[in-house]
Design a protein around this ligand. Structure first.
Ligand SMILES: Cc1ncc(COP(=O)(O)O)c(C=O)c1O
Length: 398
């Protein structure tokens, strides 16, 4: 595998996984094919039996996806990666490969809404036990580990409150209890440019690659990174037989294109987010700002330890009721009201009624997601223009 082990991040994001094309194409051609021809019946049989390397069918693998997978393995410093059709495809594939009936998953309670739905209402249907609790507290984590715990699962920063979990601490506590537990981290908000969970003791990283990794808002995609033997099981069981959530070759091409600029996009997202967070911090109409880069933020010290910069996501609560908040946001002229994140455009959404509407009112309160919380994916526009847009809508609120 082309890991470019001694190269820097920027070199890897451009060159890892790239193969020299026989016609000299700089960008790898898109292998837009469902299946691959065999020279003979014997060759087809040998490939199915695993006696000969080579492609069989694009649900198993495809050169366009392999190129992307090698790039992601290099960026996350993992042995192997697997591209999937969506972030949820990655999460479902990783979890269904790791557990079976009777096993237990311990997960943090603040999660992207559909991950929460899968864990809270989905997996229990099939006899997998799930506990959702606050994993920032190591004692609480210890208390909930059980002999049948196979997975400890969390995001950091969490969607949507930006809560920070200490990856090294959670991995240490889980592995001290049982080294076979798989610690799975959703690294969507941080990206490998800011945090590399595998180097901090986690076993598996999952991503919604729809977000910063692709970065241009034009692809739904996911990826899993980890040890080669587990990734092979994810490919040959979780993906091939269970979820079938295979990434399309064209999407792999777009993702590899987006990844070439990940570091410079993240630098700009982070510096714009810091400026916007500071603006909100000093605005009289803002009751609370959630941003890991602010000294006043609860997880700031842990964020400093495990993140290169503090990310491009900011959340706020206004000193206003839900209706007034909505009226205010409807007046935004540069920022767009939309779910998703990590795009060039600044996107604003209301978690309680949108991305996290899978939580009940009690579950929202338990996870610290208030009715007034507004999530902002800070884009790549000029920071003065983003701030001016918010200044304008907040001017009559005090
Ligand atoms: C943190 C996180 N994980 C996973 C997902 C799911 O990804 P996708 O929409 O690509 O399926 C999302 C989507 O918003 C997310 O924010």
């Amino acid at each position: 595998m082309n890991h470019l082990n001694n190269s820097g991040f920027a070199t890897k994001q451009i060159h890892a996984g790239a193969k020299r094309d026989e016609n000299g194409a700089l960008c790898m051609p898109i292998y837009q094919t469902a299946t691959f021809s065999f020279d003979s019946v014997e060759q087809g049989g040998a490939r199915f039996a695993g006696q000969e390397n080579g492609y069989i069918y694009s649900r198993l693998s495809n050169p366009s996806l392999i190129m992307l997978e090698e790039k992601m393995a290099a960026l996350e410093e993992g042995e192997a990666a697997l591209a999937t059709a969506s972030g949820m495809g990655a999460i479902a594939t990783a979890l269904w490969t790791a557990v079976r009936t009777g096993d237990h998953i311990l997960a943090d309670e603040t999660l992207y809404g559909c991950t929460y739905a899968l864990l809270n209402h989905g997996m229990e249907r099939y006899g997998v036990e799930v506990t959702l609790t606050d994993l920032t507290d190591a004692e609480n984590l210890k208390k909930h580990l059980k002999p049948n715990t196979k997975v400890v699962y969390f995001e950091t920063p969490c969607n949507p409150t930006l809560k920070i979990l200490d990856i090294a601490k959670v991995a240490q506590v889980a592995h001290e209890y049982n080294p076979a537990i798989r610690v799975i981290v959703d690294n969507t908000f941080a990206t490998p440019y800011l945090t590399r969970p595998l180097t901090l003791g986690a076993d598996v990283v999952v991503h919604s690659a729809t977000k910063y990794l692709n970065g241009h808002g034009d692809v739904i995609a996911g990826v899993i990174i980890g040890k080669a033997d587990y990734l092979l099981e994810c490919r040959m069981f979780g993906l091939k037989d269970v979820t079938g959530a295979v990434m399309a070759p064209f999407n792999a091409f777009l993702m590899a294109r987006g990844l070439k600029t990940l570091d410079i996009r993240m630098e700009r997202h982070c510096s714009n987010a810091m400026k916007l967070a500071r603006f909100f911090e000093s605005h009289p109409a803002v009751a609370k700002v959630y941003y890991p880069g602010l000294e006043s933020f609860n997880g700031h010290e842990t964020a400093k330890k495990q993140m290169r910069l503090f990310g491009g996501m900011v959340a706020i609560e206004l000193k206003a009721d839900k209706e007034t908040t909505a009226k205010c946001l409807n007046r935004l002229s540069l920022a767009t009201i939309a779910v998703s994140l990590g795009d060039a455009e600044t996107l604003v959404e209301h978690p309680a009624t949108m991305t996290h509407s899978t939580y009940t009112a009690d579950e929202l309160a338990e996870a610290g997601i208030s009715e007034g919380l507004v999530r902002i994916s800070v884009g790549l526009e000029d920071p003065e223009d983003i701030i001016a847009d918010f200044r304008e809508i907040l001017k009559d609120l005090k």
